[in-house]
Design a protein around this ligand. Sequence first.
Ligand SMILES: [Zn+2]
Ligand SMILES: [Zn+2]
Length: 124
Amino acid sequence: MSNAPADTWTEPGWDVATTTDVETRWTSVTLTCRADGCRQLVMTALPKNVTIDQYLHTRFVTDHQNQHRPGRALDITVEWEISACCSVCEDEIGDIVQKDEGVTCRECGTTWDLDGTYGHRAES
Ligand SMILES: [Zn+2]
Ligand SMILES: [Zn+2]
């Protein structure tokens, strides 16, 4: 019981498709998000002692539904790309790639910290 206003938002829910393997009793589950324009699929397999309902309340599954709340936005996949020019190579372009905890130029072997500082040439 709290004095907070009632949460009138209703989660879009999932279409649930299941097939149970007669031998292993494991149930293959495919969830399809019902929200308009959302095609999020969740596929899993549950042992016989776990119900679909229990699975629908796992954090991973409810987290997606919560992304449909007003004011929220769906997760995106962010890919980070190294973009840097070498300060050692003669063409000043080089080929900077991430390596271990820092970055390195594949052409001249110079290494830097991830933020581009503390550069060390290969043969020094
Ligand atoms: Zn969705
Ligand atoms: Zn270089």
